[in-house]
Design a protein around this ligand. Structure first.
Ligand code: NAD
Length: 415
């Protein structure tokens, strides 16, 4: 059971950053202002001829630093609260890694695993049409998130283009390469999680070689984080998806697991590891835990039981503020989401820039730029954390908040 709503969580995190920066009430008010939310309910004809109603949201939390940017999620637990919190986190993330974006998030309440491809396409196209007035390459640019993919982005891009009357590849990121998607975007978030983990180890004078890792969630972020960490020499000893946990203390074969999820959309049919309930992987002792599924996974009621050295947040909001305090007391470092999973939005920014310019980059160029950006962002957060003797999350908020308030200083408050 959650001790906070996700919005309260996001606001508590801002409070900790604000405290470290000794901000005024006025400054805090600016940071806690969620600019706009569009809620829509729309009908979709299902494959069997019945008409079902779906509800979706798009929140644009802040556009003070540029057009808003953020994913679209399809999940039964999507809510107005959740998209506001996720849009707030996108705002701090884009500021932290210094992208010219504000933050947004969207979602539709549905269970995509129980829908056909045609039904998903119709939901996507109708949802895009409903939020059309606030979308656009200079307004708000969606990307994939939980249970949405490059195919979802292709449908969104096509729907937007049909209404606009011209082809607009810059309206979404994370689309297929043939539509102007960036090389390296699919892997970028997981690659970033691995790079940040490596830098965290390096900052402490340690190596990733041979260290053990548990990963919750084996979708886009979790599977690619597993792949790149294993290529860096780490041993992935447990993974889960929403129905299955897999444990192998000798190390799982990540490429085989990815082949399994590509074929079956789940881990369940995989043979060659101990099968458990998803949350049982939390009982495994390891050097690193990467939650890469949903928010609110590590809470006051379970934080004390983890036997890991560090938690790297692949997902957005997996650790609650109360759990943060417990983990801090236990000496478990938490590398915050707005830094650890920023690789995705960084390469989304490259994709947007490529689409706007019509010039496309080689994968090595994308990956080199990503690496450079993440390493410098990590160093900045690490330095703040060491100098001010504050946890990494607070340090990340200090950097992000300072950048946002600097923009307010010059732009002022309209009118
Ligand atoms: P995805 O849909 O590709 O994968 C989600 C995975 O989580 C699936 O394997 C699913 O089965 C699993 N899952 C769901 N509930 C679970 C549970 N209770 N226990 C264990 N596993 C569970 O989604 P994704 O794109 O990988 O996103 C995962 C997280 O990363 C989300 O919090 C998302 O906001 C965040 N994120 C994604 C990106 C991106 O580029 N896709 C970027 C930044 C952050």
């Amino acid at each position: 059971m959650a001790e906070f709503s996700v919005v309260e969580m996001a606001m508590r995190q801002i409070d900790r950053g604000a405290e470290a920066l000794k901000l005024s009430e006025n400054q805090i008010r600016l940071l806690k202002c969620s600019k706009r939310i569009l809620r829509t309910t729309f009908p979709v004809e299902m494959d069997d001829g019945t008409i079902r109603l779906f509800t979706g949201f798009r929140c644009q939390y802040s556009d003070i630093r540029g057009p808003t940017k953020g994913g679209v999620r399809y999940h039964p637990n999507v809510s107005e609260e959740e998209v506001i919190a996720l849009a707030a986190w996108m705002t701090w993330k884009c500021a932290l890694v210094d992208l010219p974006y504000g933050g947004a998030k969207g979602g539709v309440i549905c269970d995509p695993l129980k829908l056909s491809e045609r039904e998903l396409e119709h939901i996507t196209r109708r949802f895009t049409a409903e939020i059309m007035p606030i979308l656009g390459p200079d307004k708000d640019i969606p990307a994939p998130d939980v249970f949405t993919t490059s195919k979802t982005m292709a449908w969104m891009m096509d729907t937007f283009s049909m209404f606009a009357g011209y082809t607009e590849p810059a309206v979404v990121t994370g689309k297929p390469e043939v539509l102007g998607g960036s090389k390296g975007r699919k892997e970028a978030t997981g690659r970033g999680v691995a790079i940040i983990t490596r830098e965290f180890y390096r900052a402490q004078g340690k190596k990733l070689d041979g260290c053990t890792v548990i990963i919750q969630g084996f979708g886009n972020v979790g599977s690619h984080a597993a792949l790149f960490l294993s290529l860096m020499g780490a041993k992935i000893i447990a993974v889960s998806d929403q129905n299955t946990g897999l444990i192998d203390k000798n190390g799982l074969n990540i490429q085989e697991l990815m082949n399994c999820t590509d074929r079956n959309r789940c881990l369940e049919p995989y043979i060659g590891a101990t099968h458990t309930k998803p949350d049982d992987i939390f009982d495994v002792k390891a050097d690193i835990l990467i939650p890469a599924a949903l928010e609110n996974q590590i809470r006051k009621d379970n934080a004390d039981s983890f036997q890991v050295g560090a938690i790297v947040e692949g997902a957005n909001g997996p650790v609650t503020p109360d759990a943060d305090e417990i983990l801090e007391q236990k000496g478990i470092h938490v590398i915050p989401d707005i830094l650890a999973n920023a690789g995705g939005v960084i390469v989304s920014h490259y994709e947007w820039a490529q689409a706007l310019s019509g010039l496309y980059w080689e994968e090595t160029e994308v990956n080199e730029k990503l690496e450079k950006k993440l390493v410098s962002s990590f160093n900045e957060v690490w330095r703040r954390s060491q100098n001010l003797k504050i946890p990494l999350r607070t340090a990340a908020y200090v950097v992000a908040i300072a950048r946002i308030l600097e923009v307010y200083k010059y732009r002022g408050i309209f009118p």
